[in-house]
Design a protein around this ligand. Sequence first.
Ligand code: SAH
Length: 375
Amino acid sequence: MRESSPNTLLGLTLQELTRIAEDYGQPAYRGRQLFDAVYRQRLDSTEEISTLPRSFRANLEENGISVGLPKVDRKFVSTDGTVRYLMALADGQSVETVWMPQGDGGEAGDGSEAGDSLNTPGRTWDRATICVSSQVGCAVDCQFCLTALLGVKRNLTAGEIVGQVCAVLGDHGVSPPQDRVNIVFMGMGEPFLNYDNFIKAVGLLVEGVGIPESCMTVSTAGIVPRIYDLSGEPVRPKLAISLNASNDELRTRLMPINRKWNLEKLLAAARDFRLRDREKLTFEYVLLDQVNDSPQNARELVELLRGVGAKVNLIALNPGPGIEFQTPEEERVLQFQKILIAAGVPTFVRRPRGRDIYAACGQLKRTLEVGITSG
Ligand code: SAH
C-alpha cells in the first residue's frame, strides 16, 4: 500500500508544512500560509499561493511539490440534486465522492438534525452532505454492496481523503464553517481498515477546512478494535455501525466479517463507546426483502440494542448488478420501523439519494464498470 506522498501538500499538518517551509529556508510562519492556502482557500496549484514569495513558489515547483487535489474525472448529476464525482488520483486509480444538498429545494430526510439556513440567493439548499471514500475498493465483502465486488486496491492517503472534500467544496463554491457542510465517511472502503489516514484526515478537516467534528460521521462494518480506538480520540466524528442483521447466523451470511467480530463483541464495543453530551450512536440496517426485514427480525433487533441508547437508520436496499437481494416494499420498511419505535428505539428511514446516477449507498463502484455512460 502506498503511503502519503511527500510531493503533495494536501494531507500534511501545520507542523509538517512548517517543517517544509523551514527546509526551504523560509520563516516558520510560511507554514501557516501554506496550511491556509491548501485547506482554507483550497487552491489548486502552488503557483496560486500569492501570500508566498515568488521565489519560494518557484522552488516548490522545481522540486515537483504540488497541492495534490484529486482531478474530477467525471460528474453525474441526479434529478434530486445529488452529484456523483469520479475522482482521478495521481497513480491512475479512481474513487467516488458524492455531494448531497439538503433542505429548502434539496431533499432532506436522513434523520439528521437541521443546520442553520444559509439564505444565499440562488441556492436551492441550505446544507449539504459530502460522502467520501476511504479506500480504492473494499476488502470487507458485504454481500449486498457493489463496492465489495471490486476487492480492495489500496488505502487512500490522508491527502486523498481531504482532497475529495476540497475538490467538491470548490466545485460548489462552498466555504465551511459559514456554509453548513456535513461529512460522512460512507463512500468506498472501510475507514477503520485505513484508520491512521482516516483519523489524520479528520484532524485536517476540522483544523484546516473548518468543518466541526460534530458534523462528521464515520461508518464501520464493525472493526471492533478500532471502535475502541475511536472512542479514545480527542477529535473524532460521530460513529455509525453497519449492523444489517438481527442475529449472528444472518449477519455472518450477509457480512462475513461477523466471523471475526460477532454481535456480542460488536455490541460490547458499542456499549463501551464514550459518547459526548447529547451524542447518540447510530446503527445502520440495510433492509433486504424477505431476508432480514421480518417483524421477527425487528423484535430481535430491539432485544439486541437494549441498553445501548442508540438510534437506528433503516435503508431499503439499493439494488445493483451482481447483487442477489431484492428491495422490500415500502410497507415492509414502515412495519419494521413501527416495531422499533413502539419499543422505544428512535428509528429513521433513509431515503436513497441519487439512485438514478448510481450514487446511493452501496452503489459506488467505478462508473465504467457499472456500465453508466451518460452524465
Ligand atoms: N464500510 C463502511 C462504510 C461504507 S458503506 C460500512 O460498512 O459501514 C456505508 C453504508 O452503506 C453501510 O451502512 C452499508 O451497510 C450501506 N450499504 C452498503 N450497500 C448497500 C446497498 N446496496 N443498499 C443500501 N445500503 C447499502
